[in-house]
Write a protein that binds this ligand. Structure first.
Ligand code: PGA
Length: 254
């Protein structure tokens, strides 16, 4: 059986006080979440709150903290950057790499992303590697090749023992923060395609167990349908993860 994961990407939202309230609401209802070894939740707040967030969840099994990005560099004179070592040392288990907002607004290209993946793995962080096509690529019908290329550039250069520590998040750009979700069939088709590409590259066993999340306007109403797809192993949730009730309903939907 594959592990299921629901990850909440808070993006650049919440003051410290708001983050505190949100954490307390989620942690206070931990019994409801039904977490176990094959059902995990990752909370991904902004950098300044990571250490605090970790202190809230440190004792709770199968609840983890992740970061939204990490530097491609190991350490040194890179003002404003946050290294994988720093994240690991404050309790992070996961780190998002290659989110479309980083690709688009910070010109993060394939070579940079692969360096970030390597940094994360070198410091025992599990990369949540994002892929997904813009609307014009979807409309032209080239979305499968586009996503495959992103995976070959950013992830498939890894040897098997490192690749198995990663998680893939498929997030069609036209569905992120737009309220326009991929249909369950569109999500399933892409996830199936990604899994067969993993099988081709790393073998059937590896493909069978690799976790592939869906992201893009996933919410308390549509989560159950998306998560019922055979190859969808959970979600990377943006907007809906900022509301404790909605986020908990999404976790319960898996
Ligand atoms: P959204 O964001 O759920 O607000 O669409 C998802 C993401 O960008 O991870």
């Amino acid at each position: 059986m594959r592990v299921k994961i629901v990850a909440g990407n808070w993006k650049m939202n919440t003051s410290y006080q708001e983050a505190h309230t949100l954490m307390e609401e989620i942690v206070g209802r931990k019994a409801e979440l039904g977490l176990h070894d094959a059902k995990k939740v990752v909370l991904i707040p902004p950098f300044p709150y990571l250490q605090y967030a970790y202190s809230e969840i440190a004792e709770i099994e199968n609840l983890y903290i992740g970061a939204q990005d990490c530097s491609r560099h190991e350490r040194g004179a890179y003002t404003g950057e946050v290294s994988a070592l720093m994240l690991q040392s404050v309790g992070c288990e996961y780190v998002i790499i290659g989110h479309s907002e980083r690709r688009q607004y910070h010109q993060e290209h394939a070579d940079i992303l692969f360096e970030k993946v390597e940094q994360a793995l070198a410091h025992d962080l599990r990369p949540i590697f994002c892929c997904g096509e813009p609307l014009d690529i979807r409309s032209s019908g080239h979305h499968n090749n586009y996503v495959i290329q992103q995976l070959y550039d950013g992830l498939f250069q890894l040897p098997t023992e490192k690749f198995v520590k990663t998680v893939i998040a498929y997030e069609p750009i036209w569905a992120i923060g737009t309220g326009k979700t991929a249909t369950a069939q569109q999500a399933q088709d892409m996830h199936r395609m990604i899994r067969s590409e993993i099988e081709k590259h790393y073998g059937t066993e590896i493909g069978k167990y690799h976790v592939i999340l869906y992201g893009g306007s996933c919410n308390a109403k549509n989560a159950a349908e998306l998560f019922s797809c055979e190859d969808v192993d959970g979600g990377l949730i943006g907007g809906a993860s900022l509301n404790a009730e909605d986020f908990i309903q999404i976790i319960k939907a898996i």
